[in-house]
Write a new protein. Structure first.
Length: 158
């Protein structure tokens, strides 16, 4: 799309643009007026420009999010297991926990292969995990959610 063509793409909150249009008295709705209002809004608010995620980073982000969901399901099932009294319920929960843990292993393998595809990600993951307290999960979350990592200085990244 536009980003691939080298153009800067900025996503802004439509509600904020509408509120801005209302504040400056522009209520008419035509494409040229909307474009002018959006341009004025961007000039007035100077939103932070962040690079859009490429397809690979988007895929990594989805895998990281899915991993987080599976971990949440495992925690919920472990809590249910502690509360379950009936043997059949315990068996059901244990079966599901086994499947969820297998899925977690599979996702971790997918994440490994995804990161191995990119020399830049491999280097960044190694750098991030060299920081005390930063493990693979945190490193991968940062890679997925902060595509600008490596292009900002330490003040900007904070």
């Amino acid at each position: 799309g536009l980003s691939a063509a080298g153009l800067t793409v900025l996503v802004v909150n439509p509600a904020q643009v509408r509120a801005y249009a209302h504040a400056i008295g522009r209520r008419a709705k035509t494409d040229p007026i909307d474009a002018a209002v959006i341009a004025a809004f961007v000039l007035a608010t100077k939103p932070e420009i962040r690079p859009l995620r490429d397809a690979e980073t988007q895929a990594l982000s989805e895998l990281v999010a899915r991993r987080r969901q599976i971990v949440q399901m495992i925690v919920a099932e472990e809590n249910r297991l502690r509360m379950a009294l009936a043997k059949q319920a315990q068996k059901s929960i244990k079966r599901l926990l086994t499947a969820l843990r297998r899925e977690l292993e599979s996702l971790d393998a997918d994440l490994d292969s995804h990161i191995r595809k990119s020399p830049v990600w491999r280097v960044r993951e190694a750098l991030l995990t060299s920081v005390p307290g930063v493990g693979p999960t945190t490193a991968r979350t940062l890679l997925a959610e902060l595509p600008e990592l490596g292009s900002l200085d330490r003040r900007q990244i904070v």
